[in-house]
Design a protein around this ligand. Structure first.
Ligand code: ATP
Ligand code: MG
Length: 170
């Protein structure tokens, strides 16, 4: 299901290795306030977007912001790697509890493309780390259909992206 319009409001969880295009996709479709990014929050509580020492606090803030928005029924895009099954489960449960459609969007782009995009970034992820993320991402993509999301979108590089979200019918 690559062409269908995604529900809005919705809880949208992104999944994909570094450089797979998650933040770019979110930025093109959602308002900045709707996108909650672990990198951005590392920049808030740490020395910058790549300050891994700030991860614990950044994710605590992320969870708080996501919970606050979802509780209010606001569209929320969780922009993290999305590779941790327990974290995905937590978001899914949260969305369900508050009656928001739950959407997971996986960026199943060819590994070579990810490596290429990563290589030209300011702060490339070390190659072995990216390789591990790509392996994990592949297995997560296969698992998503069985996790219970209302919508599972798997974007490959050659597939058209879903259209922009449409407001819920009133
Ligand atoms: P991270 O997990 O590190 O935050 P990411 O998945 O958010 O990575 P992006 O920052 O969106 O990845 O994209 C990585 C790079 O790839 C950027 O330089 C971006 O401009 C480029 N890029 C992303 N999507 C596309 C696309 N559809 N076509 C061409 N280039 C793209
Ligand atoms: Mg990103």
């Amino acid at each position: 299901m690559t062409e269908q319009r995604l529900p809005d409001p919705a809880l949208v969880v992104l999944v994909g290795a570094s450089g797979s295009g998650k933040s770019t996709w979110a930025e093109q479709r959602y308002r900045a306030a709707e996108v909650v990014s672990s990198d951005a929050l590392r920049g808030v509580v740490g020395s910058g977007r790549h300050d891994l020492d700030a991860s614990t606090e950044a994710f605590a803030l992320l969870d708080q912001i996501v919970a606050g928005r979802v509780r209010r029924g606001l569209t929320t895009v969780v922009d993290t790697l999305g590779l941790d099954a327990d974290r995905r489960r937590g978001y899914l449960d949260l969305g369900r509890r508050h009656g928001l459609p739950t959407v997971v969007v996986a960026f199943d782009v060819p590994p070579a493309l990810c490596r290429q995009r990563n290589a030209v970034r300011d702060r490339p992820v070390p190659a072995p780390v990216l390789a591990q993320q790509l392996r994990t991402a592949r297995s997560v993509v296969d698992a998503l259909a069985g996790e219970g999301w209302d919508h599972v979108v798997v974007l490959t590089d050659d597939a058209p992206a879903p259209a922009a979200p449409e407001p819920a019918a009133t």
